[in-house]
Design a protein around this ligand. Structure first.
Ligand SMILES: Nc1nc2c(ncn2[C@@H]2O[C@H](COP(=O)(O)OP(=O)(O)OP(=O)(O)O)[C@@H](O)[C@H]2O)c(=O)[nH]1
Ligand SMILES: [Mg+2]
Length: 436
């Protein structure tokens, strides 16, 4: 239950690696190639049939195919231009709160939650987890692996000389803060203190203040523009980053704000991914538009927009398959999804959120670069900051790209998504106690 959860910051920097099981490919690791679906032709959708709603024809052929094998034979869509939603294409299945047809082996119980039952997905304020500051303060006490440990260790009973400063700069770079920021922080620490004693507390304070300065410009809330109906959010990222889970968490937040939410199961590559989103939809009380495995993701996104518009949805969240940023064919497919969405609404997607796994460190830089190029990323969400995270990379990303950071994920439960705030994050990095 929420009441027993550890504090936010203890999960942010204090847990051992063994306690989480990050699935994201590491930089330099052999990427898992994502199979592509057949090009069913959704790009030319200006002539697509209007609204596709609740029809859900059986597709025995597809269903006979084992999920893993079905996708493996499929080719990337490079060079293929689709020709509109084919009438033969199976129609999407709209699931409602009342009657989702879930796979029997995957149930809502399989998704870790900090909330009890789907019926209580919009809990009253009193049922919320402990307050932000309480969780923050408790979390700080358990912080053991933050950057401050290595940084402040350097300064115990030592004067601030050139060697110490160099070591400090190295530690900051090791912590993924990026060379320019590491240099700036070192300069700020040395200013007026050269050859003098400096206390670990002073170092922490300056470090936190410099990190906060670097992060403040990017700490921006995700604003849902109510004049856009639906407000379309596209989730992108590499395999296992936390896209689907974050969709579930975000949906819960939107539902709590009284918004009508709809989900689109745009990861059509794996049957399990579709089922996973359906379970989240059931949990948070949001209908899920899904097609069978192998369906065209762009066509599905288009239909989801039509449906969302027709039924007065406030926020449409579109899931996508995980893809490695260096796989050109798969990135082209993402471009296609965006292109098709824009055929319906030029201003959409209104937010394209890149979900970054905090455990990957430096690889996040190329993820931002290439996903931004393909999909026009508008904001970041960093997940798994409760694991052995390398959250320092956010500082480097802020300096290099200046993209807004909206949320951080600090657990697998539905409530474990916190708005990103520069000061708190900076204190977590520096190992400072939070102040209420
Ligand atoms: N500890 C922790 N685990 C998380 C967090 N966010 C997601 N996860 C877990 O990470 C795993 C992958 O999450 P998914 O949401 O399936 O990731 P995805 O990006 O949709 O993955 P693909 O669809 O395979 O590309 C799941 O086991 C999640 O529970 C987080 O903030 N903290
Ligand atoms: Mg997913």
């Amino acid at each position: 239950m929420a009441e027993n959860k550890p504090g936010f910051l203890s999960r942010l920097f204090g847990r051992k690696e063994a306690e989480v099981a990050p699935q994201t490919p590491q930089a330099g690791g052999e990427p898992e190639a994502m199979p592509s679906p057949p090009a069913t032709g959704a790009d030319d959708l200006t002539a697509a049939p209007p609204t596709v709603t609740t029809a859900s024809p059986d597709t025995p052929e597809e269903n006979k195919t084992a999920p893993e094998l079905a996708g493996a034979d499929l080719q990337p869509v490079e060079g293929l231009e689709p020709e509109g939603t084919s009438p033969q294409e199976p129609l999407p299945q709209i699931l409602t709160e009342a009657g989702p047809q879930l796979r029997p082996d995957i149930t809502a119980a399989d998704i870790p939650v900090s909330e009890p039952a789907p019926a209580e997905v919009v809990p009253p304020a009193s049922a919320q987890p402990r307050g932000w500051w309480q969780r923050l303060t408790e979390g700080m006490r358990r912080t053991s692996t933050s950057l401050s440990d290595s940084v402040t260790g350097l300064f115990t009973k030592r004067k601030l000389d050139a060697t110490t400063l160099e070591e400090l700069e190295d530690a900051l770079i090791q912590a993924d803060l990026g060379v320019p920021t590491a240099m700036r922080i070192t300069e700020a620490i040395s200013a007026g203190r050269y050859n003098k004693e400096i206390s670990p507390q002073e170092v922490k304070t300056i470090l936190a203040s410099e990190v906060e300065k670097a992060l403040s410009p990017v700490a921006k809330a995700l604003e849902v523009d109510r004049s856009k109906k639906p407000f379309v959010i596209l989730m992108v990222g590499v395999n296992g980053a936390g896209k689907t889970t974050t969709i579930g968490k975000l949906s819960q937040k939107f539902r709590q704000q009284g918004l009508k939410v709809m989900l689109a199961a745009g990861d059509t590559f794996r049957a399990a991914a579709i089922e996973q989103l359906k379970v989240w939809g059931e949990r948070v009380g949001a209908p899920v538009l899904a097609r069978e495995q192998g369906a065209d993701a762009a066509g599905l996104a288009f239909d989801a927009l039509q449906e969302a518009k027709a039924n007065g949805t406030d926020v449409l969240l579109i899931d996508t398959a995980g893809r490695l940023q260096n796989k050109a064919g798969l990135m082209a497919e993402l471009e296609k999804i965006v292109r098709v969405i824009r055929k319906f609404d030029e201003s959409a997607p209104h937010a394209t959120l890149l979900v970054l796994d905090a455990t990957v460190g430096q690889n996040a830089v190329s993820q931002v670069e290439l996903f931004q190029k393909a999909a026009g990323v508008t904001g970041l969400v960093m997940t798994k900051l409760d694991g052995t995270a390398r959250g320092g990379i956010l500082v480097a990303l802020a300096a290099k790209f200046g993209l807004p950071v909206h949320f951080i994920g600090v657990g697998e439960g539905v409530e474990d998504l916190e708005p990103f705030t520069a000061g708190d994050f900076a204190k977590a990095i520096a190992g400072l106690e939070a102040t209420a």
